[in-house]
Design a protein around this ligand. Structure first.
Ligand code: SF4
Length: 442
C-alpha cells in the first residue's frame, strides 16, 4: 500500500518519475522532509524560476515584482480562488470585492480592478455552461488510486458533458490544457462523486488569465476511462516497486526531493548532462564552451528552453558550495572569506533625512521619476468599479507610442501565432544562395 499522497496536482511527477513516490516516503520517515514541504506541489505558486522564465516567454506586458516572494504570489492565487468560488456559489460578481481586504498565509491583499477583471471571463463562461457548478469540492479517486483524493475547483455535468474548470493565477508559464493529467484526475473524481452517470464528452478548461487566457480541451468520455486505466497501471507499478527516476521539467518542477539539502541525484545528473552538451573541456582550468552556431540545433534550443531552470540550479550550487565552505568543509579549490561589509541602513529614517536635507538642500533627494506604464494603467485607467482619471488617461494615450518589438523565442506549442518573415524583403536584400539555405532549413 502506498502511503504517500498521490495528488492530482503532483501527477506530472508521480505518473512519470515513479521512483519519486517511495523516495519522498523514505525522506519523510527519516525526517529529511516534513509534510508541509509537500504542500508546495498542491498549491499554485510562482517561483523565482517562473519570474526568470518571463524573459523567455511572450507575456512581457505582465509585470511581476521580483522582490515579492513566491509565497505571496501563491497566497494571492488562494485569495482569488476564494473570490471566484464565492461568486460561483452565491451569485456575486468579482467587482463587488474591489477594495475589500482579504488574507491568506499571513499575507493581506486588497482586491483591485485588475484582480477582479482576471476572474470575469472564467466565471461568465462557467455560468453559460451551468447554473449549478460544484465548487471547491473534495473528489475521491479511490477507484483508480486507492485511498487518494483531490480538490477540484469546479465541475458539472450538463447534457452528458462532464465539465471541469481550473483557475490558475500564474504568469510565468502557460499551463497547457491539452494532455493535463491534473484535470483528467479531477474529471474522474467528479464523475465518481456524481455516482458514475452516463457521459458522452469531457470538457476541460484551464482559466489562466495572465498566460493564455481560457484554454479548452474536449474529448470523448471513453478516452477519460482509458486514462483512468493508465492511472491504475502506474499505481500498480509504484505499489510493487517497479519504478524509475525520470527527471524532466514538469516532473521535477515542484518535486520536494530536489529541494532537500541532499537534493536529487537523478535531477543533478540530468543538469550535468544538459550542460555537458555545451562544455568541450572541463579537465583543464576554465571550461570551454561550444560555439552556439556549431551546436546541434535541437541541443541548442534544449538549453535555451531550460535556461531559467539551469540558472536556478547554478544558483543552488553556489549556495551549497558557500554553505559547505562556511561549515568548514569547502569544496576542493574553494574557501569562504570574511564578509566585505554589509549593506548600510539608517536606524532613524526621519532624523537622517532631516540631517541630509539640512546639509544638501534639494540635492539631498533623487530626481523624481515617473512611474511605469503598468502602474499608470492601474492608477489612471477607468474600470468597471474604478473611477480612475478618464480625461487625463485619454490625453496620455495620445502621447503613447510603441517601439518596434523584437520576435521572441517560445516553445512550439505556445498559443501565440508563429512569427512570419517578410518574404519579399528577403528576396530584395539577400543574395540568391542565402535564400536557398533558408529553403533547405525549413
Ligand atoms: S527531482 Fe525529479 S528526478 Fe528527482 S525524484 Fe523528483 S521528480 Fe524524480
Amino acid at each position: 500500500m502506498i502511503h504517500a499522497r498521490l495528488s492530482p496536482s503532483g501527477a506530472d511527477r508521480w505518473m512519470v518519475c515513479t521512483a519519486s513516490v517511495r523516495t519522498i516516503e523514505a525522506m519523510l520517515e527519516r525526517g529529511e522532509l516534513k509534510e508541509s514541504d509537500l504542500e508546495d506541489e498542491m498549491r499554485e505558486q510562482i517561483t523565482e524560476e517562473e519570474i526568470l522564465d518571463q524573459q523567455l516567454n511572450a507575456y512581457s506586458d505582465v509585470v511581476l515584482d521580483p522582490t515579492r516572494e513566491s509565497t505571496t504570489f501563491s497566497a494571492e492565487g488562494t485569495v482569488l480562488h476564494s473570490v471566484r468560488s464565492n461568486c460561483l456559489v452565491f451569485g456575486e460578481e468579482p467587482h463587488e470585492y474591489v477594495g475589500r481586504k482579504m488574507s491568506d498565509d499571513g499575507f493581506d491583499f486588497v482586491i483591485d480592478d485588475d484582480m477582479a477583471d482576471r476572474l470575469v471571463p472564467g466565471i461568465d463562461w462557467i455560468r453559460e455552461k451551468t447554473p449549478n457548478p460544484i465548487v471547491e469540492e473534495r473528489v475521491s479517486l479511490n477507484d483508480w488510486l486507492p485511498g487518494q483524493h483531490g480538490f477540484c475547483d469546479t465541475y458539472w455535468l450538463v447534457r452528458r458533458t462532464l465539465g471541469v474548470s481550473d483557475f490558475k493565477n500564474g504568469v510565468g508559464e502557460p499551463v497547457p490544457v491539452i494532455g493535463t493529467r491534473q484535470l483528467r484526475l479531477y474529471a474522474l473524481g467528479g464523475w465518481s462523486e456524481l455516482g458514475k452517470p452516463p457521459v458522452d464528452n469531457v470538457l476541460l478548461n484551464i482559466d489562466q488569465p495572465r498566460a493564455g487566457g481560457m484554454k479548452f480541451w474536449e474529448f470523448p468520455f471513453a478516452e477519460l476511462l482509458e486514462f483512468g486505466d493508465e492511472v491504475k497501471r502506474v499505481y500498480d507499478r509504484i505499489d510493487r516497486g517497479d519504478v524509475e527516476f525520470a527527471p524532466n521539467s514538469k516532473s521535477c518542477r515542484w518535486c520536494p526531493v530536489r529541494k532537500t539539502k541532499r537534493g536529487c541525484a537523478a535531477y543533478n545528473r540530468w543538469h550535468i548532462m544538459m550542460l555537458g552538451i555545451a562544455v568541450l573541456d572541463i579537465a583543464n582550468g576554465d571550461p570551454t564552451f561550444v560555439e552556439p552556431a556549431q551546436m546541434p540545433r535541437a541541443h541548442r534550443y534544449y538549453l535555451v528552453k531550460h535556461a531559467a531552470q539551469i540558472r536556478a540550479w547554478l544558483a543552488k550550487l553556489h549556495e551549497e558550495s558557500l554553505a559547505a565552505a562556511i561549515d568548514g568543509d569547502p569544496d576542493p579549490g574553494s574557501k569562504a572569506i570574511e564578509p566585505s561589509g554589509g549593506r548600510r541602513f539608517f536606524t532613524d529614517d526621519l532624523m537622517s533625512e532631516t540631517i541630509v536635507e539640512y546639509a544638501l538642500k534639494d540635492s539631498a533627494f533623487k530626481p523624481k521619476q515617473l512611474i511605469g506604464f503598468t502602474e499608470i494603467d492601474k492608477l489612471m485607467k477607468p474600470g468597471r468599479k474604478k473611477k480612475g482619471h478618464p480625461v487625463e488617461y485619454g490625453q496620455l494615450l495620445r502621447l503613447v507610442d510603441v517601439t518596434e518589438g523584437k520576435p521572441k523565442l517560445v516553445p512550439a506549442d505556445h498559443p501565440a501565432p508563429a512569427y512570419q518573415r517578410a518574404v519579399e524583403d528577403d528576396f530584395d536584400d539577400q543574395p540568391d544562395e542565402t535564400i536557398e539555405d533558408d529553403f533547405e532549413d525549413q
